[in-house]
Design a protein around this ligand. Structure first.
Ligand code: PAF
Length: 277
């Protein structure tokens, strides 16, 4: 496995890499969700690049950039064990060199939900992913469905800007009790960790209600709020029952939809989602 710290080292490593190439962009603190992305990339490509970069541009001023968990030695060991060919783990100035002055801003799909709750977040995500796509020029890139809106934003960007990298999304990986794997889970106290199963419980309750025939968006959002309210440590930021293509809130579910929510446990913010139909 080659480790590249600079753009030049990355280009040198890529020169000898087999094609097709898969890219797994990450912010490190790798878990089984990332492992599933790496495994899929390895199945579908002849070489896999993992990027490890905690992107400051996608964190708001009051957000948890400084507290974002980091353990590069552990991440590199996981990549080696998973058979990754190249790890790109650059410092900030290699991704955003002096003079860097471009922001990629995706339109309507980036506005609701996470876009509304975290202003500027998707500009940061789209910009860093555009840089990574440009540097790696992979045939395919793999993202987790837990960040469903992120996948839609990146797809929109790749399509609109005629990027050659195909954007693929992979199923959310969960703990046995339903909690979606996230690098942020490590920051939960034991009590918060136990309480955090409420995200998945709320989604399952709303999905079950829908399966029993309930199509009202308000009723499904209400069901998620009802379940979340049973957990005193959970502070609900939003619940959503939206059109799966536009992410606009639905009055009635009559086609593919996405249930999603964002919940705070102290300062730890967790998101999750569940498709309907
Ligand atoms: O999902 C993430 O870990 C990040 O948003 C990404 C896609 C690596 C961009 O920094």
């Amino acid at each position: 496995m080659k480790l590249a710290r600079t753009r030049a080292e990355l280009q040198a490593a890529l020169a000898g890499a087999a094609r097709p190439l898969g890219l797994v962009p990450t912010m490190g603190w790798l878990h089984d969700g990332h492992r599933s992305l790496i495994e899929r990339s390895r199945r579908e490509n002849r070489a896999t690049v993992v990027s490890i970069f905690v992107n400051p541009r996608q964190f708001g001023s009051s957000e948890d950039l400084a507290r974002y968990p980091r353990d590069e030695a552990r991440d590199l060991a996981i990549c080696a064990a998973e058979g990754v060919d190249i790890v790109f783990a650059p410092p900030v100035e290699e991704v955003y060199p002096a003079g860097f002055d471009t922001t990629v801003s995706v339109g309507a799909i980036a506005r609701p939900l996470e876009g509304a709750a975290r202003p500027g977040h998707f500009d940061g995500v789209a910009t860093v992913v555009a840089v990574l796509f440009g540097l790696v020029r992979a045939e395919r890139a793999y993202f987790g469905q837990k960040d469903a809106q992120q996948v839609m934003v990146i797809r929109r960007m790749a399509l609109d800007l005629a990027m050659a990298t195909e954007v693929l999304s992979c199923p959310t990986v969960r703990e046995p009790d339903g909690l979606a794997l996230s690098s942020r889970n490590v920051r939960l106290s034991p009590e918060q960790r136990a309480a955090a199963t409420v995200l998945h419980r709320a989604l399952v309750a709303a999905r079950t209600l829908h399966e029993r025939g309930e199509a009202s968006g308000d009723a499904l959002r209400g069901e998620m709020r009802r379940v979340l309210a049973t957990e005193p440590l959970a502070r609900t930021e939003y619940v959503s029952c939206a059109d799966a293509r536009t992410l606009l809130e639905l009055e009635r579910v009559e086609g593919p939809a996405l249930l999603s929510l964002a919940v705070l446990f102290g300062t730890v913010r967790l998101i999750d989602n569940e498709p309907l139909g």
